[in-house]
Write a protein of this length. Sequence first.
Length: 279
Amino acid sequence: MDQDLRPLLVRIAEALERLAPQAPPPADFTGARLFRHDPETGGFHPAPDYPLGLDALVGIERQKARFLENLQRFASGLPANHVLLWGVRGTGKSSIAKAAFMAVATAQEDLKLVEVDRDQVTALPALFDLLRGRDERFVVLCDDLSFEEGAAAAKALKSALEGGVSGPPANALFVATSNRRHLMPRGHQEDRGLIATAEDAEEEVSVSDRFGLWIGFPPMDQPTYLQAVRAYAERHGLSDPDLDRHALQWAQLRGARSGRVAWQFIRDLAGAQGKSLPL
C-alpha cells in the first residue's frame, strides 16, 4: 500500500512547491540612496538622487533647521522622533524631507530612504520587519498621508509606530507629510452611524500622537513668496525688470502663494526666455 501511495504523495508535494510563493531575494541597498518599496513582491526599487538642494528651499528656514536636526541625530544613532510634516499644499513638505535626506546621506553612506505609498500603509509592519536588524539606517517616507477609508490603515500605522509587540526598529525613522494635522479624512460614510464614525475619528486622531515631532507649514505670505521667486531667479540666471509684478500676477492666476507656485512661475519664465533648467 505504501508503495502505491508514494507516487501520488510525490506529485502532491511537487504541486504544493509550485503553488508556494518564492521567498523574495535579499534586499540590496548598495546601488542607490532612494528606493520605492513594493509590498506585493517585497522588493525595493532604486530611484535617482533627489536633485533639489536644501538651500534652494526659501521661506521655511525654521522648518528646515528643525527637521535637519532631528534627522542628523537619527543618522548618528542618537534618539530621534518620527516626524509629521503638515500644512497647506505646495509649501515644501516633501521637498524638505528629500532634500534634507540628501544633505545628510552624502556624508552617511549607510543612510537610505524608502518611500511607501499612502494606500499601502497597512504593509508598514511587514516593511519594518524586513528592515529590522540590517546595518543600514532607513528614513521611511510616506507622502500625502491620510485615512480616507476608515480606521484600518490608522490601526496598522499605530501598531507599527507604537503599541505593537515588535514596534518600529531602531534603524528606521518614519516621516509622513499631510495637508491635515490630524490626518482626518475629508468625509465619513453616513451609513456607518454616529458611534462608528466617532470611533474611526478617535482612531485616526490618535495616530498623529505617535509622531513625536510635528512641523507645521503655514500659508506663504507675499514677501516670502517674492523672496522665493527672487532666489530661484538668481540661482538659475534669470532676469526680468518686472519680476515681482509678473510673479504676483502668476500667483493671482493660481489663487495661491507657495514655494510650488514660485517654482512653476520660474519654469514659465525660463521657458519664455529660452533657457533650460537643471531640475
